[in-house]
Ligand binder design. Structure first.
Ligand SMILES: Nc1ncnc2c1ncn2[C@@H]1O[C@H](COP(=O)(O)OP(=O)(O)O)[C@@H](O)[C@H]1O
Ligand SMILES: [Mg+2]
Length: 267
């Protein structure tokens, strides 16, 4: 664990003994979940479908409140929508009637950033995510990968203090996925914000994160928190070839495999 464990100023998000029960369900979605995410850390959350990964992001975003326990952001209890958090949901959720640049600039408009500055920052982010030439296109004219790029630029443009990403690369083909993983890595390593990234892809978790939180299902609990010791900046290409990567992958696979069997048994 980090040395900051007890320093509230170094911690971005903390869940303390959080249980969430949806009305009418026979078991909690998550039960007694506690963890913390240090400021500037990249944390991946993995686990089988239905183990409560999206629920955890919704709690961090303040869209759900715990049935028991507490959620803290920057040392303050989260009691309503967390306006410090940028949320990249599983679907890109772009506004279909707005162009690429208008979608990317949405948060700046809400924050009443003057038009000149807004245009400048949008132009910068269009370049950063490789969408030059597509500024005036509409979401329906873009591929899935391009839509994801817009969603990511839209989240990062206002320097949010925490970014929540829910399986953002899920539906993409392997090549596009690898490309976006490396792009996200580069962006994050430059910005150094706090990022919580939900995935069911073990490789992705190891490529990207400082720490991997492995969850169990039925009800969702934390099984293990594994540190990922690779230096930054990282290159996915060279990580994949290192023996340390294979070792970590095997550890994670061991944990994950037993989860899959458990969730199969209860399915
Ligand atoms: N709005 C809801 N009402 C009732 N149950 C829900 C609701 N949302 C999620 N659940 C249940 O809570 C559990 C965790 O869901 P979720 O956080 O979406 O899992 P994951 O993202 O890991 O697939 C699942 O059993 C799911 O069926
Ligand atoms: Mg989910």
């Amino acid at each position: 664990m980090s040395t900051n464990q007890h320093d509230p100023h170094a911690e971005a998000l903390r869940l303390e003994h959080v249980t969430l029960e949806f009305p009418g369900s026979h078991q909690p979605a998550i039960e007694d979940v506690s963890f913390q995410v240090g400021r500037g850390k990249f944390v991946a959350v993995i686990g089988p479908s239905g183990c409560g990964k999206s629920t955890i992001l919704n709690l961090a975003a303040g869209l759900l409140s715990p049935t028991r326990g507490e959620v803290y952001f920057d040392g303050e209890r989260v009691t309503s929508v967390n306006s410090e958090a940028a949320y990249v949901t599983q679907q890109a959720n772009l506004l279909p009637w707005l162009s690429v640049k208008a979608n990317i600039g949405l948060a700046l408009k809400f924050r009443k950033v003057p038009k000149d500055e807004r245009d400048e920052r949008i132009a910068h982010w269009v370049r950063v995510v490789g969408l030059t030439g597509f500024e005036d296109h509409y979401p329906r004219e873009l591929s899935g990968g391009m839509q994801k790029r817009v969603a990511i630029a839209r989240a990062l443009i206002y320097n949010p203090s925490i970014v929540l990403m829910d399986e953002p690369f899920g539906p993409l083909d392997a090549i596009t996925r690898l490309k976006l993983q490396q792009e996200l890595l580069n962006l994050w390593e430059e910005q150094n914000g706090t990022l919580i990234f939900v995935t069911h892809d073990l490789n992705e978790a190891i490529y990207l994160a400082d720490e991997v939180i492995v969850m169990s299902s039925g009800p969702g609990t934390i099984r293990r928190v594994l540190p990922v010791p690779f230096e930054r900046p990282r290159s996915i290409g060279s990580l994949v070839e290192s023996p340390e990567f294979a070792e970590l992958y095997n550890d994670l696979w061991g944990l994950f495999k037993s989860e899959l069997q458990m969730s199969d048994a209860t399915a």
